[in-house]
Design a binder for this molecule. Structure first.
Ligand SMILES: [Zn+2]
Length: 588
């Protein structure tokens, strides 16, 4: 049971051999110095003053927010012979020994590395001995949820009838894993994540004491990266000062955390957003070949998009920009989850960035409606937002008058760390995609044999399976697949694009679905199923007469969400040239 923090480290950045890490050197010595945990400090101090002490405490909260520091301060307040009103003197030998983790009456155990029953038995042995100097023997067990079940049970016996001189302080990042029987015998104290502004304030104090003056924005970035953990933020500051001396820059911080420079990031996101795939692949390859971790890069892109969104909604962004940004973030969230399941994180990231490029073609629902409405009176009757034939899903769709008022409300959060609360655009965008899929049927998508409505049928299960891996791909798939049953055999026809996705990154979803079918499944590519050709076919099928204005107009607009449009038909090109103002984004 020795001190777990590093006692010394190799000299660097002009620091001597006796150098102590910052997190240790600036460890709080008093209750009020534990940043952001005033409620817990107050409760513990009051318990001491009013002599209403429990015999076991459970400190719950994220890592690095001061649980162990608080446990030691609590121990000092209990043990210090000079303590007054729950405040340790901080100058006697007891205070100093406890602060250093060297006091014989205050025993610390790391539950993560000493999780077995023998470790706990050994600890319990100490319980029966009277304290050597102070009034109590205090047992601090960190990461207590890591203990084995046997170890917990062994501990429980002591917890049921503890000697009067014994106090337990357990700390955990995962209280739900602590046995309920243990939990019920403890007084629980919940530690909050520390607000980034509090972390920045503390880091600034430390920098001043260290004689360091970091570039603007460095401390904010550190607080961001540490995600509410004071200890992590101080460790990072420590590394940074060791790396770059007294004037660390943002570039230095990027370098030590394995992140790419802001200029590079801006370039990469720009290329991705504009759908310049030809440039994206080599650029990403170059960045990753320098050892950048794809998951770290993904987080950087997410942060970058969030910053863009915050700035955008505060300035002149319209619906389209907001919706595009939200959808891009959604793509990255999916990629983040997929990275945990798939070895090739680089491929997941590459595909995600390529998909973001397809958003440059996005047309929002409101605009689609307006375009249709201006194309002819009563045109919106063909969309599922009204009329007797409207599908159930459209119940959530606001009326057309609401849409034309563009009720976008985006609140900028008070703290910069929390996710933006965006009221409607994302949800509206998703509805837009769904409605487009349905509206496409109105335009003339060929009927499929297997309807895909009943959850027991194979098509519904396919959508479900693919949806679990990517809602975006599932939406696309709904429009670009056909399932036929022939002689006890299933034939799944996919558009070339859908086939490509489901045989590469979506292969596990497809594999699971195939297995669940319990009959032979054949997967074939059918280029007629690509959304491009569906429109072209449906418009061109009526050779004798021009399609109604509304149909060709709708077809143009639906082109807006195609992921990889192939060759456009001459008719479509002509239509595009005739009305360029309808289309969003750049055309190749
Ligand atoms: Zn003292």
């Amino acid at each position: 049971m020795s001190e777990r923090a590093n006692l010394s480290r190799s000299p660097s950045g002009g620091r001597g051999f006796s150098y102590e890490v910052i997190a240790r050197r600036y460890r709080p010595r008093f209750f009020e110095e534990v940043v952001g945990q005033e409620a817990v400090s107050e409760a513990l101090q009051q318990a001491i003053v009013q002599e209403r002490l429990g015999h076991a405490y459970l400190f719950c909260g994220p890592r690095g927010v001061g649980k162990t520091s608080m446990a030691r301060i609590f121990a000092r307040a209990l043990q210090c012979p000079e303590a007054k009103a729950g405040v340790p003197c901080d100058s006697c030998s007891t205070c100093e020994r406890i602060f250093r983790g060297e006091d014989a009456d205050v025993l610390e155990l790391d539950g993560a590395s000493h999780r077995g029953i023998d470790d706990i038995r050994e600890l319990v042995q100490h319980v029966k001995y009277a304290p050597s100097s102070g009034p109590y023997r205090i047992f601090i067990i960190d990461e207590v949820h890591m203990l084995t079940r046997e170890a917990f049970n062994s501990l429980l016996k002591t917890l049921e009838e503890p000697p009067a001189h014994v106090k337990f302080v357990f700390a955990t990042t995962e209280p739900e894993k602590v046995l309920p029987t243990v939990m019920s015998r403890c007084q629980r104290c919940d530690f909050a994540s520390i607000a980034p502004s509090d972390i920045v304030k503390r880091l600034a104090q430390i920098c001043e004491l260290e004689g360091a003056s970091p570039e603007d924005g460095v401390l904010v970035r550190i607080a961001d990266l540490a995600r509410g953990g004071m200890r992590d933020s101080q460790s990072l500051l420590d590394q940074l000062l060791s790396f770059s001396g007294e004037g660390p820059t943002l570039e230095d911080l990027d370098r030590i955390t394995g992140r790419i420079s802001q200029a590079r990031l801006r370039e990469l996101v720009g290329v991705a957003e504009e759908g310049r795939t030809g440039e994206l692949i080599p650029l990403l390859g170059e960045v990753l070949s320098r050892g950048t971790d794809p998951s770290v890069l993904l987080e950087q892109v997410v942060e970058y998009l969030r910053e863009q969104l915050h700035q955008g909604v505060g300035s002149d962004w319209g619906d389209v920009e907001i919706e595009r940004n939200l959808l891009a973030q959604e793509i990255l969230q999916e990629a983040r989850q997929r990275m945990r399941r798939i070895d090739r994180a680089d491929i997941v990231l590459e595909l995600a960035l390529m998909r973001i490029g397809t958003l440059s073609d996005l047309v929002p629902l409101a605009e689609l409606r307006r375009s249709l409405a201006s194309a002819g009176g009563g045109a919106e009757g063909t969309l599922p937002s009204g009329g007797p034939g409207a599908p159930r899903r459209s119940a959530a769709v606001p009326s057309r008058s609401e849409e034309t008022q563009r009720p976008v409300s985006v609140e900028k959060p008070a703290g910069s760390s929390s996710a933006p609360r965006v009221e409607t655009p994302g949800a509206r965008l998703r509805r837009g995609f769904e409605e487009k899929a349905e509206a496409r049927v109105v335009v003339g998508k060929p009927a499929t044999v297997v309807p895909g409505e009943d959850s027991a049928d194979p098509k519904a299960r396919l959508f479900e399976e693919v949806s679990g891996y990517s809602p975006i791909v599932a939406r696309r798939l709904r429009q670009e697949c056909q399932l036929l049953e022939e002689g006890g055999k299933l034939r799944l026809s996919l558009s070339p694009a859908a086939h490509k996705i489901l045989t590469t990154e979506g292969q596990f979803a497809l594999g699971r679905w195939k297995k669940s079918c319990q009959q032979e499944v054949e997967v074939i590519v059918d280029s007629r199923l690509s959304t491009e050709s569906v429109e072209t076919v449906s418009i061109a099928s009526d050779e004798d007469s021009e399609p109604p204005e509304i149909v060709s107009r709708a077809a143009e607009i639906f082109r807006g969400d195609l992921i990889d449009g192939g060759q456009r038909s001459p008719r479509r090109q002509k239509a595009t040239e005739a009305r360029p103002e309808v289309l969003e984004g750049e055309r190749e």
